[in-house]
Design a protein around this ligand. Structure first.
Ligand code: ATR
Length: 261
């Protein structure tokens, strides 16, 4: 199941249930969404134990707080500082993070990340997962964020570089750009942090925003010949990894993707 506050917009039930159907797990597994408030989180985790619920996808605002109620935290989730996946193994609840897979997975369909120059825009939770993923795969990462101090703290923690959003040469020379801020999200659809003349055919540009599906950044990038990856690809990428954690089977990626069509 998936929990969050709010939760009514979640596409996760659609994606995971399509995966169960495709593998004939209908009936054995069912994926639900639940609106769980922060004040009820502890009780919810008790319910997971009581009902032997196999897995829980965790979204805002619980990613940083659910860890205290779990038995184990995976090393990757600890480093990212957020849990978006809980697996119940015979009563032992372990927290994971699959968000970084949503960044790395779709990019690796197009290129080898090792040795590439990557720019991450933003310094929030999504940026942390992106930086972890890119660093793990051997990219040279530079963080750009509106608030310098936040970028600096993150850069120190992950051992990566920092630059100002105004440093166009760094954007221009990036092989990979990962946009994790809310800039470009509806209703601010006409905004982008990257000037068009910093985009080019040698780049892969990923935008975590999926409303609209094609942000101004992705539209500009496409026009300049770049390879573009939208926020739904990211959502799917992390869901594939969750599916494997929950079921022990490889995710039926086509069926899960088609659920969003
Ligand atoms: P999430 O956890 O989803 O990544 P977050 O923690 O709220 O969300 O982080 C939002 C990020 O978007 C921040 O890096 C924020 O920049 P600040 O650190 O300066 O606040 C960035 N952001 C949001 N709105 C922005 C805007 N209009 N221009 C530039 N950056 C923006």
């Amino acid at each position: 199941m998936v929990i969050g506050d709010p939760i009514n917009q979640s596409k996760s039930p659609l994606i995971h249930n399509a995966g169960y159907r495709a593998l004939g797990f209908d009936g054995e597994y069912v994926y639900l969404a639940a609106h769980v408030r922060a004040s009820d989180l502890k009780e919810f985790v008790g319910g997971v134990r009581a009902m032997h619920i196999r897995g829980v996808s965790v979204t805002i605002p619980h990613k940083q707080t659910i860890g205290q109620y779990l038995d184990e935290i995976d090393e990757t989730a600890r480093q990212i500082g957020a849990i978006n996946t809980v697996v119940n193994n015979n009563g032992v609840l372990r927290g994971y993070n699959s968000d970084w897979q949503g960044v790395v997975g779709p990019i690796e369909k197009h290129t080898v990340i090792k040795g590439k120059k990557a720019v991450v825009l933003g310094a929030g939770g999504a940026a942390r997962a992106a930086i972890y993923g890119l660093v793990t795969r051997g990219a040279m990462v530079t963080i750009m964020n509106r608030t310098h101090a936040k970028a600096e703290a993150l850069a120190r923690e992950f051992g990566v570089d920092i630059a100002e959003l105004s440093e166009k040469e760094i954007l221009k020379s990036a092989d990979i750009i990962v946009q994790t801020t809310s800039v470009g999200m509806s209703p601010h659809e006409d905004e982008s942090l990257v000037p068009m003349n910093c985009l080019g055919a040698h780049q892969i540009v990923l935008d975590a925003v999926y409303k609209p599906l094609e942000t101004k950044l992705l539209c500009d990038a496409k026009q300049m010949g770049a390879t573009t990856i939208n926020g739904l690809e990211m959502l799917l990428g992390q869901a594939y990894y969750q599916f494997e954690l929950y079921t022990g089977h490889a995710a039926p990626t086509d069926a899960m993707r088609q659920a969003l069509a």
